[in-house]
Design a protein. Structure first.
Length: 82
C-alpha cells in the first residue's frame, strides 16, 4: 500500500510541476510585455516634444520589455539612423 502511495505522490508532484512551469513562463512574458508597453508608451507621450516616436507593436514592446532601457535606447538610435 505504501509503495502505491509513494508512486501516486511522485506522479502528483510531476503533474503539478508540469502545470505550474508554463504558467510561470507565461507570467514572466506577460510582465515583460507590460513593462515594455509602459516604457514605449511613456516615451511616445514625450515623443512629440523630442521629435521622435517609437512604433508601438509587439516586436518593439517585447524588445523593450526584455532589454529594458537599453532596448529603448537601441530602438531610438535605430529610429534616428533610419
Amino acid at each position: 500500500m505504501s509503495k502505491w502511495l509513494v508512486v501516486a505522490g511522485l506522479l502528483l508532484a510531476l503533474l503539478v510541476t508540469a502545470w505550474v512551469r508554463p504558467w510561470r513562463l507565461l507570467g514572466r512574458v506577460g510582465y515583460c510585455a507590460f513593462l515594455g508597453l509602459v516604457l514605449v508608451g511613456g516615451f511616445n507621450l514625450a515623443g512629440p516634444y523630442l521629435g521622435l516616436a517609437v512604433p508601438l507593436n509587439v516586436v518593439t514592446v517585447m524588445i523593450v520589455g526584455l532589454l529594458g532601457l537599453p532596448g529603448l535606447a537601441a530602438l531610438i538610435l535605430l529610429q534616428l539612423t533610419l
